[in-house]
Design a protein around this ligand. Structure first.
Ligand code: ADP
Ligand code: MG
Length: 251
């Protein structure tokens, strides 16, 4: 096997010529994307443009049919061992939190570390409490998700992902199901994470967040990456008509 190049070693995620279809429908069209370690990417674009599908392919919640997806130097294939490895390294936060409703906050946080990583309960709980403190809800540890507000549930979801000590975090519209007054408390946690150097790919239409933390903003439309740029240029000088139209609708 050939050694990975220096450049490849510094990449957290790479998509090369990725194509995906749902039946006849061509949902991802020749996607090329390189995300460096520690880089923060914001992905935006109209509903149905393929944003969720693209990030779900990165941890194999969806399967692509053509091209290569390489995460932390491991190329995604059918190999279940590699898929497990990548799911350990890549955390994901969803729009609707996806917490286990019948488990307490603390149990939600220790489940994967204990069962996937075989971390002893005492240690898993100590780590979970550290992260619950970081997202500022340690006092909710013994409650069930249904007893928490949306913003608190989303912060639990972030803490739960962090308990696996991921190298990359994927966010799929983490604030779009939240009431306006709760959006900030979730974005503040994400901003902190970004400042600590986490590699992040965030699908979001929170353009303030994009301007604050993104190294690059990516605009998708109809299954393609239409445009990408650093935030200042992206917002002030969008090149494509479709980007201009999109920005005029959301800003
Ligand atoms: P976005 O996140 O940008 O709104 P999605 O990635 O969710 O877009 O969806 C892209 C397109 O793929 C949409 O037209 C959607 O209807 C379609 N799609 C998404 N998931 C499926 C699926 N499981 N089966 C068939 N079509 C799907
Ligand atoms: Mg989506």
């Amino acid at each position: 096997m050939t050694q990975p190049s220096i450049q490849q070693q510094n990449l957290a995620v790479e998509l090369r010529g990725v194509n995906k279809w749902y039946g006849e429908f061509h949902v991802l069209k020749n996607i090329n994307l390189q995300v460096g370690k520690g880089e923060r990417i914001v992905i935006c674009g109209p509903s149905g443009s393929g944003k969720s599908t693209m990030i779900r392919c990165i941890n194999r919640l969806e399967e692509h049919q053509q091209g290569d997806i390489i995460v932390n130097g491991t190329r995604l294939t059918e190999d279940l061992k590699k898929i497990e490895q990548i799911r350990r390294d890549v955390g994901m936060v969803f729009q609707h939190f996806n917490l286990f409703p019948h488990l307490t906050v603390l149990e939600n946080c220790v489940l994967a570390p204990m069962w996937v990583k075989k971390v002893p309960r005492r240690e898993a709980e100590a780590t979970a409490m550290q992260y619950l403190e970081r997202v500022r809800i340690p006092e909710q540890a013994k409650k069930y998700p249904g007893q928490l507000s949306g913003g608190q549930q989303q912060r639990v979801a972030i803490a739960r992902s962090l308990c696996m000590n991921p190298d990359v975090m994927l966010f799929d519209e983490p604030t779009s199901a939240l009431d306006p007054e709760m959006i900030k408390e979730v974005l503040d946690v994400m901003i902190e994470l970004a400042r600590e150097g986490m590699t992040m790919l965030c699908v979001t239409h929170e353009m303030g967040f994009a301007k604050t933390v993104a190294d690059r903003v990516i605009f998708m439309d109809a299954g393609q990456i239409v445009e990408e740029n650093e935030p200042h240029e992206f917002f002030n000088n969008p090149q494509h008509e479709r980007t201009q139209l999109f920005l005029s609708q959301i800003l």
